[in-house]
Write a protein of this length. Sequence first.
Length: 421
Amino acid sequence: LFRSCARILLFIATRMKPSASTANGQEVPSSVVTKLTVLGATGSIGLNTLEIVRQFPHKFKIEALSCRSSIERLVEQIKEFQPRLVCVDNSEQARELRETFRDRNSGTETEFVWGVEGLIQISSDPEVDLVVAGIVGAAGLQPTFSAVQAGKTVAVANKEPLVMAGELFVQTANKTGAKLLPTDSEHNAIFQVLHGEPPERIARLILTASGGPFRDLPLKEFEKITLAEALSHPNWEMGQKISIDSATMMNKGLEIIEAHWLFNTPVENIDVLMQRESIIHSMVEFIDGSFLAQMGLPDMRVPIAYCLGWPERLPLKIPRLDPLSMSALHFEKIDPQRYPCLPLAIKVAKQGGAAPAVLNGANETVVTAFLGEEIRFVEIAETIAAVIKDFEKALHQVDVPSFLRKIRTLEDAEHADKWGR
Ligand code: NAD
Ligand code: MG
């Protein structure tokens, strides 16, 4: 009898999931722990994500981290979060980190992988529940897509892959059961506001824009804009590429395309308004004339935490909005002369097909050139407009490649992006 009881107890013990302990010592079953991959862990989205994980150590476990630059920051993150997998840019970086962590004898058993293959591995790892897509630009296309193919919940901050291949992402998510959680602040606001209401009830989505650093600069001074001026956003602290996109308002153009796919809403029903305080993060006008908006201080931890905790809300410790401190909220029309990238992106959004991927490739190239101080600020919009003109001409040629007509595969998106570049 004793031996049978012991065997039964052993059986139960091996079947039970291990538990994690919380900061206040409570035991929490591991089934409630969400296992995360953070793509772009050393960037602005990545750092905000890790700050939330730090606040809720009993709810989240970091399984995998990735970055391309800021390796010192990554080393600190590995020591703190002890991920099982880490992906870096190249084999040399991976080898050095392996050495570092062997020498340190830190007790972590981290596997170091690299390159696109490594990113795909950590995005689709069977142990991972949720992938935070925080890489910047088209570089996030393959890893984000592999997370969707693997049926993961994906917190989509990295908007460029959706711009390039939105239809493919949505179709694939429908097949695999992957969930695309809108993490960009405007889209997260709409996600919170819609709360499952079907697209038929949406009359209009209104994306808000701060206007960036040049919202009041006289137009004749645009010729002299410096890189430092363009990088200093009045309301948000973000990575360099999105800061420039905000200054040109290409960011809002990309966000229209992103919203079109995430909320199954025609581009014609998506508007943009300037909201200089960045307190109203976006609004939905419903068919019955109701407007619902989401408000809060401009703090990316709110939308990221909403996605990490979804469908619950996390009791986030952050500075709160005091409505009494707001003397006014301003709404203004967007001036197309000040922000020529916005009407250009809207035209492209309406064209659909490969046009958004071409636009995105062109934009990334000219923004990189501006960041390298190779071109002037005003040349960003001029160059992209010229590329779109060429693209329209190419569409009328008899031998137009099929990837310029429609994006059917990930390779099509990559080819269209390259064409734009
Ligand atoms: P960032 O430049 O601060 O960070 C980018 C991260 O990706 C870094 O960890 C970097 O090492 C990594 N990375 C860069 N290039 C890479 C490559 N080729 N391969 C692999 N990894 C690479 O960028 P960010 O501001 O955090 O933005 C990330 C994404 O989130 C962008 O698509 C941006 O549009 C979107 N987003 C950002 C914010 C924000 O507040 N920062 C808000 C909304 C949306
Ligand atoms: Mg945004």
